[in-house]
Design a binder for this molecule. Sequence first.
Ligand code: SF4
Ligand code: SF4
Length: 287
Amino acid sequence: MASASSNQKWNMIVDVAKCDNCRGCFLAVKDEHIGNDIPGYAAPQPPQGHNWLEIERKERGAYPIVEAHFMPVMCNHCDDAPCMKAAKNGAITKRPDGIVIIDPVKSKGQKQIVAACPYNAISWNEELQIPQAWIFDAHLLDEGWTKTRAEQSCAMGVFKSLKIDDAEMQRLAAKEGLEVRRPELGTKPRIYYKNLHLMTKCFVGGSVVAHVNGVEDCVAGAQVVLKQDGREVGRATTDTFGEWKIDRLEPGSRGYLVEVTGAAGRFSLQFDLGGESRYLGVMKLGG
Ligand code: SF4
Ligand code: SF4
C-alpha cells in the first residue's frame, strides 16, 4: 500500500457546467498570494496585473437560444511542460507529486519563461524580475491540506482536487469524459475539464411551430435529426416551447442537413456552421 501511495500525484478536475462566474476562486488566489512571501514556493504576487487564476468567458448561440459559460484557467502543471524546457539553471521543477514550481530565486531575470507557456499561465513580476504562476497551493498541500483555496472558496463545487496515480486518473478521465485544454500541444496537463465542449464546441438549435386551427403554435415532441454529409450526427426532441438543440459540433464544420418531423408535417434545411453556435430560426411544419 505504501508503494502505491508514493505514485500518487495531484490532479484537478474543473466542471465548466457548474461555474457561475462569482469569482470567489479568483479572489481566493489573490488573497493567498498578494503580499505573502512563501519561500521555496512563490514570492509575493503584485497587487495589480497578475491573475494566476483567471475566468474565461464564452457566449454561445443567439436569441432565443443563448448561453454564457465560464471556465477557471490557471497553470496546468503539465507533465511535459514547455516552461521547464525554457528555464535555465533548474529554475522550474516538477515535483514527484506532479506539481510544477517556478523557483522564485533561481528564476530571477528569466523573462523567456513567460513566453514559453502556450497557455499564457505565467505572469512577469516587474518589481522582483521573476516569472510567476499558480502553484496548486503546494505550500498548503504540503501541510496536509486536501483542497486548494480556490476549491474551498467555490460554493458551486466546480473544483475537485485528486491525489491519485496516473493510471487511475486516466481511467477516471475516460469514464467521465474529461478533457484537457489544447491536447494537440502534447503538454500533458494535470488540470482536467468536465464539459469543456461548452467552451470549445458549437451547438445548433431552432424553434418548431405549426398551424393548428388557424393559430400558429409551438410544437412539442417533434423529432429532429441532424445529418452531416448524409450521416446522422445528432438527434433531439423539441421541448414544450418547440425548441431543440444539438451540441458538440466542430466549429467551422460544413455540409449539414436538419430534418424535423412532427404530427403536422416535415421541415428540412441545409446549412454550414461558422465559427460560432447557430440559432436556425423558426421552422414551420406543414408549409
Ligand atoms: S468560485 Fe466557483 S463558481 Fe465562482 S468563479 Fe470560481 S469556479 Fe466559478
Ligand atoms: S501551463 Fe504553462 S506554466 Fe504551467 S506547467 Fe504548463 S507550460 Fe508551464
